[in-house]
Design a protein around this ligand. Sequence first.
Ligand SMILES: [Zn+2]
Length: 367
Amino acid sequence: MLLAHKVELRPKPDQLDYFEKACGHYRHCWNHTLAWFSQQDSDGNFIFKWSKAAAYQFYMKVLRVEFPWYSEVSSVITRNAIDDLDAAFKQFFRMIRAGKKPGFPKPKKRGVKDHFSIRDSAKFDVKNKMLRIEKLKTRIDMRQPIRFGGKLKRVTISKRAGKYFASFLIDTDEYNPKDVDRQPSVGVDVGIKTLATLSNGEVFENSRLLRNNLRKLRKLQRSLSRKVRGSNGYAKAKLKIQKLHFLIARQREAILHQLSDYLTKTFDRIVIENLNVKGMMKNRKLSRAIADVGWGVLRHFIEYKAILRNCIVVIADRFFPSSKTCSNCGQVKKILTLKDRIFECDACGFVIDRDLNAAINLNNYTA
Ligand SMILES: [Zn+2]
Protein backbone atom coordinates (compact mmCIF):
# COMPACT_ATOMS: atom_id res chain seq x y z
CA MET A 1 0.00 0.00 0.00
CA LEU A 2 1.46 3.33 -1.05
CA LEU A 3 0.79 6.23 1.26
CA ALA A 4 1.93 9.84 1.13
CA HIS A 5 3.01 12.03 3.99
CA LYS A 6 3.97 15.68 3.73
CA VAL A 7 6.27 17.21 6.31
CA GLU A 8 7.53 20.76 6.69
CA LEU A 9 11.30 21.13 6.57
CA ARG A 10 13.57 23.46 8.52
CA PRO A 11 16.46 23.92 6.12
CA LYS A 12 19.71 25.63 7.09
CA PRO A 13 21.36 28.13 4.73
CA ASP A 14 23.51 25.56 2.88
CA GLN A 15 20.43 23.37 2.46
CA LEU A 16 18.35 26.29 1.18
CA ASP A 17 21.10 26.87 -1.34
CA TYR A 18 20.86 23.24 -2.46
CA PHE A 19 17.05 23.49 -2.76
CA GLU A 20 17.30 26.63 -4.87
CA LYS A 21 19.83 24.98 -7.15
CA ALA A 22 17.84 21.75 -7.42
CA CYS A 23 14.62 23.58 -8.33
CA GLY A 24 16.55 25.79 -10.75
CA HIS A 25 18.46 22.96 -12.45
CA TYR A 26 15.31 20.89 -12.82
CA ARG A 27 13.54 23.88 -14.37
CA HIS A 28 16.54 24.64 -16.60
CA CYS A 29 16.65 21.07 -17.88
CA TRP A 30 12.91 21.04 -18.53
CA ASN A 31 12.93 24.38 -20.35
CA HIS A 32 16.00 23.66 -22.51
CA THR A 33 14.76 20.23 -23.52
CA LEU A 34 11.32 21.61 -24.27
CA ALA A 35 12.78 24.45 -26.35
CA TRP A 36 14.91 22.00 -28.35
CA PHE A 37 11.99 19.75 -29.19
CA SER A 38 9.69 22.71 -29.92
CA GLN A 39 11.78 23.95 -32.86
CA GLN A 40 9.81 24.00 -36.08
CA ASP A 41 10.76 24.35 -39.72
CA SER A 42 9.22 26.97 -42.02
CA ASP A 43 6.27 24.64 -42.70
CA GLY A 44 5.48 24.37 -39.00
CA ASN A 45 6.72 20.78 -38.63
CA PHE A 46 8.81 19.80 -35.63
CA ILE A 47 12.47 19.47 -36.53
CA PHE A 48 13.17 16.98 -33.74
CA LYS A 49 10.36 14.58 -33.09
CA TRP A 50 9.80 13.95 -29.39
CA SER A 51 10.70 10.59 -27.98
CA LYS A 52 11.96 9.77 -24.54
CA ALA A 53 15.05 8.11 -25.98
CA ALA A 54 15.87 11.14 -28.15
CA ALA A 55 15.33 13.47 -25.20
CA TYR A 56 17.57 11.36 -23.02
CA GLN A 57 20.31 11.49 -25.69
CA PHE A 58 19.94 15.27 -25.80
CA TYR A 59 20.19 15.38 -22.01
CA MET A 60 23.33 13.24 -21.80
CA LYS A 61 25.21 14.50 -24.88
CA VAL A 62 24.22 18.16 -24.86
CA LEU A 63 22.86 19.42 -21.58
CA ARG A 64 25.12 17.58 -19.16
CA VAL A 65 28.15 18.52 -21.25
CA GLU A 66 27.22 22.13 -21.81
CA PHE A 67 26.05 22.71 -18.24
CA PRO A 68 28.43 20.78 -15.99
CA TRP A 69 26.96 22.52 -12.97
CA TYR A 70 23.99 20.13 -13.21
CA SER A 71 26.13 17.84 -11.09
CA GLU A 72 26.01 20.24 -8.15
CA VAL A 73 22.87 18.37 -7.17
CA SER A 74 21.91 14.70 -7.41
CA SER A 75 21.87 13.73 -11.08
CA VAL A 76 18.47 12.07 -10.70
CA ILE A 77 16.92 15.50 -10.14
CA THR A 78 17.60 16.87 -13.61
CA ARG A 79 16.95 13.49 -15.19
CA ASN A 80 13.43 13.63 -13.73
CA ALA A 81 12.77 16.63 -15.96
CA ILE A 82 13.08 14.32 -18.98
CA ASP A 83 10.69 11.76 -17.45
CA ASP A 84 8.17 14.46 -16.49
CA LEU A 85 8.41 16.12 -19.87
CA ASP A 86 7.87 12.74 -21.50
CA ALA A 87 4.69 12.32 -19.45
CA ALA A 88 3.55 15.80 -20.53
CA PHE A 89 4.22 15.03 -24.21
CA LYS A 90 2.48 11.67 -24.00
CA GLN A 91 -0.56 13.36 -22.47
CA PHE A 92 -0.43 15.97 -25.26
CA PHE A 93 -0.38 13.32 -27.99
CA ARG A 94 -3.09 11.28 -26.27
CA MET A 95 -5.42 14.28 -26.27
CA ILE A 96 -4.71 14.98 -29.94
CA ARG A 97 -5.52 11.38 -30.82
CA ALA A 98 -8.76 11.76 -28.86
CA GLY A 99 -9.68 14.71 -31.07
CA LYS A 100 -9.17 17.37 -28.40
CA LYS A 101 -7.11 20.54 -28.50
CA PRO A 102 -4.60 20.27 -25.70
CA GLY A 103 -2.12 22.94 -24.69
CA PHE A 104 1.48 22.24 -25.69
CA PRO A 105 3.79 21.56 -22.71
CA LYS A 106 4.76 24.90 -21.19
CA PRO A 107 8.07 26.23 -19.96
CA LYS A 108 8.41 26.44 -16.17
CA LYS A 109 8.72 29.79 -14.45
CA ARG A 110 10.86 30.55 -11.46
CA GLY A 111 8.77 30.92 -8.33
CA VAL A 112 5.78 29.07 -9.74
CA LYS A 113 5.34 25.67 -8.09
CA ASP A 114 9.08 25.32 -7.52
CA HIS A 115 9.89 21.71 -6.75
CA PHE A 116 12.21 18.80 -7.38
CA SER A 117 12.04 15.13 -6.53
CA ILE A 118 14.22 12.11 -5.92
CA ARG A 119 12.65 8.85 -6.98
CA ASP A 120 15.53 6.54 -6.29
CA SER A 121 15.39 5.24 -2.73
CA ALA A 122 19.16 4.77 -2.69
CA LYS A 123 19.65 8.52 -3.10
CA PHE A 124 17.87 9.65 0.06
CA ASP A 125 16.88 8.40 3.49
CA VAL A 126 15.41 9.53 6.80
CA LYS A 127 16.84 8.93 10.24
CA ASN A 128 15.42 10.46 13.42
CA LYS A 129 13.50 13.22 11.71
CA MET A 130 16.55 14.03 9.60
CA LEU A 131 16.44 13.81 5.82
CA ARG A 132 19.54 13.04 3.77
CA ILE A 133 19.62 13.63 0.06
CA GLU A 134 22.41 12.82 -2.34
CA LYS A 135 25.16 15.44 -2.72
CA LEU A 136 24.00 17.41 0.30
CA LYS A 137 26.55 16.97 3.07
CA THR A 138 24.25 17.80 5.98
CA ARG A 139 20.96 16.27 7.02
CA ILE A 140 17.81 18.38 6.87
CA ASP A 141 15.71 18.84 9.98
CA MET A 142 12.06 17.76 9.62
CA ARG A 143 9.29 19.22 11.78
CA GLN A 144 7.66 15.81 12.31
CA PRO A 145 8.70 12.21 11.84
CA ILE A 146 7.15 10.23 8.98
CA ARG A 147 3.79 8.93 10.10
CA PHE A 148 4.16 5.33 8.96
CA GLY A 149 6.94 2.83 8.69
CA GLY A 150 7.87 1.13 5.44
CA LYS A 151 10.07 1.62 2.44
CA LEU A 152 10.55 5.19 1.23
CA LYS A 153 9.97 5.26 -2.50
CA ARG A 154 10.21 8.89 -3.39
CA VAL A 155 10.55 12.36 -1.95
CA THR A 156 9.36 15.57 -3.56
CA ILE A 157 10.56 18.84 -2.11
CA SER A 158 8.44 21.85 -2.89
CA LYS A 159 8.27 25.49 -1.92
CA ARG A 160 4.96 27.06 -0.96
CA ALA A 161 4.55 30.51 0.48
CA GLY A 162 8.21 30.73 1.41
CA LYS A 163 8.24 27.37 3.22
CA TYR A 164 9.73 24.08 2.10
CA PHE A 165 7.91 20.77 2.37
CA ALA A 166 8.97 17.20 1.76
CA SER A 167 6.27 14.90 0.45
CA PHE A 168 7.19 11.25 0.93
CA LEU A 169 5.75 8.28 -0.84
CA ILE A 170 5.97 5.25 1.41
CA ASP A 171 5.31 1.63 0.65
CA THR A 172 3.86 0.48 3.93
CA ASP A 173 1.99 -2.46 5.33
CA GLU A 174 1.30 -0.93 8.68
CA TYR A 175 -1.01 1.87 9.55
CA ASN A 176 -2.17 2.20 13.08
CA PRO A 177 -2.95 5.71 14.23
CA LYS A 178 -2.13 5.84 17.90
CA ASP A 179 -4.05 9.02 18.61
CA VAL A 180 -7.51 7.51 18.32
CA ASP A 181 -9.40 6.02 21.20
CA ARG A 182 -11.60 3.50 19.47
CA GLN A 183 -14.73 1.75 20.60
CA PRO A 184 -14.62 -2.04 20.67
CA SER A 185 -17.34 -3.10 18.24
CA VAL A 186 -20.19 -2.02 16.01
CA GLY A 187 -22.88 -3.64 13.88
CA VAL A 188 -23.83 -1.89 10.66
CA ASP A 189 -27.20 -2.26 9.00
CA VAL A 190 -27.58 -0.71 5.55
CA GLY A 191 -31.10 0.55 5.20
CA ILE A 192 -33.85 1.59 2.86
CA LYS A 193 -34.36 5.18 3.81
CA THR A 194 -31.17 5.75 5.70
CA LEU A 195 -27.72 4.95 4.41
CA ALA A 196 -26.70 3.02 7.50
CA THR A 197 -27.79 2.43 11.07
CA LEU A 198 -25.16 1.56 13.67
CA SER A 199 -25.74 -0.61 16.71
CA ASN A 200 -24.91 2.31 19.01
CA GLY A 201 -27.90 4.18 17.63
CA GLU A 202 -26.04 6.44 15.20
CA VAL A 203 -27.75 6.90 11.87
CA PHE A 204 -26.19 7.92 8.56
CA GLU A 205 -28.76 9.68 6.43
CA ASN A 206 -28.65 9.68 2.69
CA SER A 207 -27.33 12.90 1.27
CA ARG A 208 -30.09 15.30 0.25
CA LEU A 209 -27.81 16.63 -2.48
CA LEU A 210 -27.58 13.16 -3.97
CA ARG A 211 -31.33 12.61 -3.69
CA ASN A 212 -32.03 15.89 -5.47
CA ASN A 213 -29.59 15.06 -8.22
CA LEU A 214 -31.14 11.64 -8.72
CA ARG A 215 -34.53 13.29 -9.07
CA LYS A 216 -33.06 15.76 -11.55
CA LEU A 217 -31.50 12.89 -13.49
CA ARG A 218 -34.82 11.08 -13.83
CA LYS A 219 -36.43 14.28 -15.08
CA LEU A 220 -33.69 14.80 -17.64
CA GLN A 221 -33.93 11.22 -18.82
CA ARG A 222 -37.67 11.62 -19.35
CA SER A 223 -37.15 14.79 -21.34
CA LEU A 224 -34.43 13.11 -23.41
CA SER A 225 -36.79 10.30 -24.37
CA ARG A 226 -39.15 12.89 -25.84
CA LYS A 227 -36.46 14.46 -28.01
CA VAL A 228 -35.61 13.45 -31.55
CA ARG A 229 -32.44 11.39 -31.84
CA GLY A 230 -29.67 13.28 -33.63
CA SER A 231 -31.26 16.69 -33.08
CA ASN A 232 -29.46 19.57 -31.44
CA GLY A 233 -31.69 19.40 -28.41
CA TYR A 234 -31.02 15.69 -28.05
CA ALA A 235 -27.25 16.17 -28.03
CA LYS A 236 -27.52 18.97 -25.48
CA ALA A 237 -29.75 16.97 -23.16
CA LYS A 238 -27.48 13.96 -23.52
CA LEU A 239 -24.44 16.01 -22.50
CA LYS A 240 -26.33 17.36 -19.50
CA ILE A 241 -27.17 13.84 -18.42
CA GLN A 242 -23.57 12.69 -18.79
CA LYS A 243 -22.37 15.55 -16.62
CA LEU A 244 -24.94 14.77 -13.98
CA HIS A 245 -24.02 11.08 -14.03
CA PHE A 246 -20.44 12.02 -13.36
CA LEU A 247 -21.43 14.32 -10.50
CA ILE A 248 -23.68 11.69 -8.95
CA ALA A 249 -21.00 9.02 -9.15
CA ARG A 250 -18.61 11.29 -7.30
CA GLN A 251 -21.18 12.18 -4.66
CA ARG A 252 -21.95 8.50 -4.06
CA GLU A 253 -18.34 7.64 -3.72
CA ALA A 254 -17.79 10.54 -1.32
CA ILE A 255 -20.64 9.32 0.89
CA LEU A 256 -19.31 5.77 0.99
CA HIS A 257 -15.81 7.07 1.76
CA GLN A 258 -17.20 9.12 4.64
CA LEU A 259 -19.06 6.17 6.09
CA SER A 260 -16.17 3.73 5.71
CA ASP A 261 -13.70 6.29 7.12
CA TYR A 262 -15.88 6.87 10.14
CA LEU A 263 -16.35 3.16 10.82
CA THR A 264 -12.70 2.21 10.50
CA LYS A 265 -11.54 5.20 12.55
CA THR A 266 -14.05 4.71 15.35
CA PHE A 267 -14.35 0.97 15.93
CA ASP A 268 -11.96 -1.93 16.42
CA ARG A 269 -14.44 -4.48 15.10
CA ILE A 270 -17.04 -3.90 12.40
CA VAL A 271 -19.77 -6.41 11.66
CA ILE A 272 -21.56 -6.10 8.36
CA GLU A 273 -24.00 -8.28 6.49
CA ASN A 274 -22.98 -10.51 3.65
CA LEU A 275 -24.98 -9.02 0.84
CA ASN A 276 -22.88 -10.26 -2.04
CA VAL A 277 -25.17 -13.15 -2.88
CA LYS A 278 -28.26 -11.94 -1.15
CA GLY A 279 -27.69 -8.55 -2.75
CA MET A 280 -29.73 -9.26 -5.82
CA MET A 281 -32.81 -10.21 -3.87
CA LYS A 282 -32.37 -7.63 -1.20
CA ASN A 283 -31.52 -4.76 -3.47
CA ARG A 284 -34.76 -3.03 -2.63
CA LYS A 285 -33.74 -2.97 0.97
CA LEU A 286 -30.62 -1.00 0.23
CA SER A 287 -30.52 2.75 0.22
CA ARG A 288 -30.06 4.50 -3.12
CA ALA A 289 -26.44 5.39 -2.50
CA ILE A 290 -25.44 1.81 -1.83
CA ALA A 291 -27.86 0.09 -4.18
CA ASP A 292 -26.79 2.08 -7.20
CA VAL A 293 -23.07 1.96 -6.64
CA GLY A 294 -23.16 -1.62 -5.43
CA TRP A 295 -22.77 -3.10 -2.01
CA GLY A 296 -19.38 -4.40 -3.07
CA VAL A 297 -17.92 -0.90 -3.24
CA LEU A 298 -18.84 -0.07 0.34
CA ARG A 299 -17.58 -3.44 1.52
CA HIS A 300 -14.34 -2.94 -0.40
CA PHE A 301 -13.82 0.51 1.15
CA ILE A 302 -14.45 -0.83 4.65
CA GLU A 303 -12.17 -3.81 4.12
CA TYR A 304 -9.16 -1.99 2.74
CA LYS A 305 -9.40 0.81 5.30
CA ALA A 306 -9.73 -1.78 8.05
CA ILE A 307 -6.37 -3.17 6.98
CA LEU A 308 -4.85 0.31 7.06
CA ARG A 309 -6.27 1.09 10.45
CA ASN A 310 -5.89 -2.30 12.03
CA CYS A 311 -9.48 -3.18 12.67
CA ILE A 312 -11.35 -6.40 12.18
CA VAL A 313 -14.19 -6.76 9.71
CA VAL A 314 -16.64 -9.55 10.40
CA ILE A 315 -18.97 -10.55 7.58
CA ALA A 316 -22.06 -12.14 9.05
CA ASP A 317 -23.11 -15.44 7.53
CA ARG A 318 -25.56 -14.76 4.76
CA PHE A 319 -28.27 -16.80 6.44
CA PHE A 320 -27.96 -14.89 9.69
CA PRO A 321 -31.45 -13.41 10.29
CA SER A 322 -30.29 -9.97 11.41
CA SER A 323 -33.64 -8.31 10.80
CA LYS A 324 -35.92 -11.06 12.06
CA THR A 325 -34.19 -11.74 15.37
CA CYS A 326 -35.23 -9.95 18.53
CA SER A 327 -32.14 -8.22 19.88
CA ASN A 328 -33.62 -8.40 23.38
CA CYS A 329 -34.51 -12.09 23.79
CA GLY A 330 -33.19 -13.78 20.66
CA GLN A 331 -36.55 -15.03 19.41
CA VAL A 332 -36.69 -15.23 15.60
CA LYS A 333 -39.81 -13.89 13.91
CA LYS A 334 -41.30 -15.95 11.09
CA ILE A 335 -42.65 -13.05 9.10
CA LEU A 336 -41.22 -9.58 8.75
CA THR A 337 -42.12 -7.54 5.70
CA LEU A 338 -40.21 -4.62 4.28
CA LYS A 339 -43.04 -2.35 5.37
CA ASP A 340 -42.48 -3.13 9.03
CA ARG A 341 -40.33 -0.19 10.08
CA ILE A 342 -40.71 -1.11 13.75
CA PHE A 343 -39.72 -4.49 15.14
CA GLU A 344 -42.13 -5.88 17.71
CA CYS A 345 -41.20 -9.10 19.45
CA ASP A 346 -44.02 -11.61 19.90
CA ALA A 347 -42.16 -13.37 22.67
CA CYS A 348 -40.98 -10.58 24.97
CA GLY A 349 -42.90 -7.57 23.67
CA PHE A 350 -39.73 -5.63 22.90
CA VAL A 351 -40.32 -2.72 20.48
CA ILE A 352 -37.44 -1.19 18.53
CA ASP A 353 -36.60 0.50 15.22
CA ARG A 354 -36.16 -2.23 12.64
CA ASP A 355 -32.75 -1.11 11.39
CA LEU A 356 -31.37 -0.53 14.87
CA ASN A 357 -32.54 -4.01 15.87
CA ALA A 358 -30.69 -5.49 12.90
CA ALA A 359 -27.54 -3.48 13.68
CA ILE A 360 -27.54 -4.66 17.32
CA ASN A 361 -27.93 -8.27 16.19
CA LEU A 362 -24.99 -7.84 13.83
CA ASN A 363 -22.91 -6.37 16.63
CA ASN A 364 -23.71 -9.41 18.79
CA TYR A 365 -22.91 -11.79 15.94
CA THR A 366 -20.39 -14.51 16.63
CA ALA A 367 -19.16 -16.65 13.79
ZN1 LIG B 1 -37.90 -10.59 22.20
